[in-house]
Ligand binder design. Structure first.
Ligand code: SF4
Length: 267
C-alpha cells in the first residue's frame, strides 16, 4: 500500500516554479516568479524571488498549458490556484492569467486567483459564459491592512480601489484578510466590518503570515520546507468578530470547497 502511495506521489509531483502540485487535488500555477508589489511582509524574497522588480519575465499561457498537458493526470476535480509567486493581475501577467482562466473553465476545473489589484466586471466579462456554476471561479481580493496600506504595500492598488472589486456580483469575491499582521490588521477591525456591510461581502478569509520561522505547518505551494504558517492571536479575535457579519474561513481552499460542494448538492 505504501509503495503504491509513493508511486502515485511521484507521478503527480511537479515543482518547477511555474507549476507545483503534490497530487491531483490541487495545482499552483504562476506565469512569473517575481512581483513589483513591494509588500513588506511578502514571502517571495525568502524564497529567492524579487518582489520589487519591474523586470518580470512572464511565461505565456500557451507555454504553461503545454506543460500542464504533459502532466500524467489532471482531472476535472483538480483545484487550480493561480499566482502564489506573482501578482496575477498586474500588467505583466493579466493577459496570460485571463487565457489560463478560460482554459481551465472550459475543462471544468474550479479556479481561484488572489490579487491586490482592482478587477472590473469588464475584465472578466469574456469568460463569464464559460462558468458552469456559481463558485467555479472565485476572486480573492487581498486586503491585509486598510490604514497602513501605504506603508506595507507600497506598489499595489489603493485599498479603496480594490474594494470596488466587490461590486462584481457575477462571481464570488472573497475578502482575503491575509496575512493578518500582528497588532496592525486588527487596528482596522471596525473598518473591515463597515466595508463588509457596505459592499455586502459574504465570504472572508482570515489567514496567517508565512515566514521562515518553523511551525507545525508548512505552506502548501512549495516542497522546500522554507515557509511556514505563523498564526497570531489577532486572527482568532477577527474571525470571531467578523463571523457576526459574514461567513468566515481560515483558508482559501475552504471557500473553494464550500462552493464546490454546494454545487454538487444541487445535482
Ligand atoms: S502583491 Fe503579493 S507577490 Fe507582490 S509583493 Fe505583494 S505580497 Fe508579494
Amino acid at each position: 500500500m505504501l509503495k503504491y502511495l509513493y508511486i502515485l506521489m511521484v507521478i503527480f509531483m511537479i515543482d518547477n516554479g511555474y507549476l507545483f502540485s503534490k497530487d491531483d487535488k490541487r495545482i499552483f500555477i504562476n506565469t512569473s516568479m517575481r512581483c513589483n508589489g513591494q509588500c513588506s511582509y511578502c514571502y517571495l524574497p525568502q524564497l529567492g524571488y524579487s518582489n520589487s522588480d519591474s523586470n518580470i519575465n512572464t511565461k505565456s499561457a500557451e507555454e504553461i498549458i503545454k506543460m500542464i498537458e504533459q502532466l500524467p493526470k489532471l482531472t476535472q476535480d483538480t483545484l487550480i490556484t493561480i499566482g502564489c509567486f506573482s501578482e496575477c493581475w498586474d500588467k505583466y501577467n493579466k493577459l496570460e492569467t485571463l487565457k489560463l482562466i478560460s482554459y481551465f473553465l472550459k475543462r471544468g476545473n474550479q479556479v481561484q486567483i488572489s490579487t491586490k489589484k482592482k478587477i472590473n466586471l469588464n475584465d472578466i466579462k469574456e469568460f463569464l459564459p464559460l462558468i458552469k456554476y456559481y463558485g467555479q471561479f472565485i476572486i480573492f481580493e487581498s486586503i491585509a491592512t486598510i490604514s497602513f496600506h501605504d506603508y506595507f504595500e507600497k506598489n499595489t492598488d489603493d485599498v479603496f480601489e480594490r474594494l470596488e472589486t466587490f461590486k462584481i456580483k457575477e462571481v464570488p469575491i472573497v475578502l482575503y484578510i491575509k496575512p493578518v499582521l500582528k497588532n496592525i490588521t486588527i487596528e482596522d477591525l471596525e473598518q473591515y466590518k463597515k466595508y463588509i456591510l457596505q459592499y455586502q461581502i459574504r465570504d472572508v478569509v482570515v489567514g496567517s503570515l508565512f515566514t521562515n520561522i518553523p511551525s507545525n505547518e508548512s505552506v502548501p505551494f512549495s516542497n522546500q520546507n522554507e515557509l511556514f504558517y505563523n498564526p497570531v492571536d489577532d486572527e482568532e479575535i477577527m474571525l470571531q468578530e467578523l463571523s457576526k457579519f459574514c461567513n468566515t474561513y481560515r483558508r482559501s481552499s475552504d471557500v473553494m470547497n464550500y462552493y464546490k460542494s454546494r454545487n454538487r448538492s444541487k445535482d
